[in-house]
Ligand binder design. Structure first.
Ligand code: UDX
Length: 451
């Protein structure tokens, strides 16, 4: 059977990863975006975002003509049988999500469907609050196309759970596929598409209503973010208990099968394009429904103050940060990405600058993006060693593998070797022998067993 053709509207990291992964398995894929420059660059094999193995995977389908990008919705729809909506849903000023991209995309799809004779499946993959697929996307497409959903065209909601930095891996090996179907035919069609895509390595497929699929995404992300804020709260407590260490506590908690070991890494908080935005959107959604959501509120509150823990630790040792040279290792919101959206580093650096500290920062790949945000308020070093050279304190903000290789002796080049490990990548015993060492979730002094 020949592979079906799909179109993907919105070529951000979700859309592009989806498009590239389908094309790499022989599907004919047409990507659509409103950004001409982006379309041109992708067509020339440049992915625009840093995502491991994306660039390599992109080259072959483009060469073979399996993947092409366009600004033209009509062309994309007429050349495909299934269309994924993967446009961004940024946060509005009140925390609610801004659905304008979804509306525009739906309108364009509807107009293109007006002249289509064949049945077409539309799949909402953007993160949208419960009700959006049925109450916004469906009526827009019905009005603009003049065609009835469930009869002339089908509709599904299919949330993605891709992590930046492993979007390709997550697309090929997801924990499950969630299909929210408007009607059975639409669900069957999408399930078949995924069966063809995954072949022997079929992940579990869960079928439900669109509203449940929409809610799964928010409930999922809120739970993960809550786990991170929970372990950060426990870490903050550990720091006040002589001899306590969050690594030991988290390891033991994580071995309880009811809790699980993942997302229990204490640090300076979560960032990125999803957790902060999704938690705020969920809170706003709950408020509009007249429901208190104190767990979500606390998750957000803990996360907002967490980056400042590093500043507090630096202040405790250096007393006054004015004119002190603070080295910040890592700017990206997490390793293996150049993304700085809601990055902890920006919040921390701005707070350090307010204290009139001199900040010098280094990141293996996110420096150009950081320069666009921070300008010349910060000095950018070209290596980790350059960054810490002559500094009064060094704060590890992102746990890049490159930093894990640094030895305690490397920090002797600092003017004042004070190392603050915000991501628990260094061995305290080893470091404490050579430098003044503080870390998230590490109690002040160790207690002997008899104490
Ligand atoms: C997340 C979800 O995991 C993904 O399913 C969803 O589709 C998009 O949002 P992403 O933002 O790419 O993915 O990153 P993720 O790996 O989940 O990490 C989010 C943030 O939490 C990062 O800032 C990370 O540093 C932080 N984190 C994660 C911790 O601080 N501790 C942990 O134990 C795990």
């Amino acid at each position: 059977m020949s592979s079906p053709s799909i179109s993907v509207c919105g070529l951000g990291y979700v859309g592009l990863s989806t498009a590239v992964c389908f094309a790499s398995r022989g599907f004919k894929v047409i990507g659509v975006d409103v950004d001409e420059q982006k379309v041109k660059l992708i067509n020339s094999g440049q992915p625009l975002i840093y995502e491991p193995s994306l660039r390599e995977l992109l080259a072959e389908p483009i060469e073979k003509g399996l993947l092409s990008c366009t600004l033209d919705y009509k062309h994309a729809i007429s050349e495909s049988r299934t269309t994924f909506i993967t446009v961004g849903t940024p946060a509005g000023s009140d925390g609610s999500i801004d659905l304008r991209n979804v509306e525009d995309s739906s309108r364009q799809i509807g107009r293109a469907l007006r002249d289509q004779r064949e049945w077409h499946l539309v799949v909402v993959r953007s993160t949208v609050t419960p009700g959006t697929t049925s109450q916004l996307v469906k009526p827009i497409i019905e009005t603009t196309s003049g065609k009835k959903c469930g009869v002339d065209w089908g509709l599904c909601m299919n949330p993605e759970f891709l992590r930046e930095g492993s979007a390709v891996k997550d697309t090929f090996k997801p924990d499950r596929i969630v299909i929210g179907e408007h009607d059975r035919t639409s669900g069957d069609r999408l399930e078949n598409l995924y069966r063809q895509f995954y072949g022997e390595q079929q992940p579990p497929i869960l079928r439900m209503s669109p509203v449940n699929a929409e809610f799964v995404k928010y409930a999922n992300n809120a739970f993960l973010a809550m786990k991170v804020s929970y372990i950060n709260m426990i870490a903050n407590l550990c720091q006040k208990i002589s001899g306590a260490d969050i690594l030991q506590v988290a390891k033991a908690i994580g071995l309880d099968k009811r809790i699980g070991p993942l997302f229990l890494e204490a640090g300076l908080g979560y960032g990125g394009s999803c957790f902060p935005k999704d938690l705020k959107a969920l809170l706003d959604f709950a408020k509009k429904k007249g429901i208190d959501a104190p767990l979500i509120e606390s998750t957000i509150r803990i996360n907002e103050s967490q980056p400042l823990k590093a500043l507090e630790m630096a202040e405790q040792i250096l007393v006054d940060l004015e004119d002190k040279r603070i080295a910040v290792l890592g700017l990206a919101f997490k390793p293996n990405t150049d993304d700085l959206r809601e990055a902890v580093s920006i919040r921390l650096i701005n707070a350090l600058l307010e204290k009139r500290a001199k900040v010098v920062a280094y990141d293996p790949i996110a420096t150009d993006n950081a320069r666009r945000i921070l300008g010349d308020k910060v000095l950018f070093a070209s290596s980790a060693l350059d960054c810490i050279d002559g500094a009064d304190s060094c704060i590890v903000v992102t746990e890049w593998d490159e930093f894990r290789k640094l030895r305690p002796e490397d920090f002797e080049r600092m003017r004042n070797p004070v190392v603050i490990d915000g991501r628990r990548i260094f061995d305290p015993q080893e470091f404490k022998r050579v430098v003044r060492f503080e870390a998230i979730g590490l109690g002040a002094t160790s207690m002997s067993p008899s104490e």
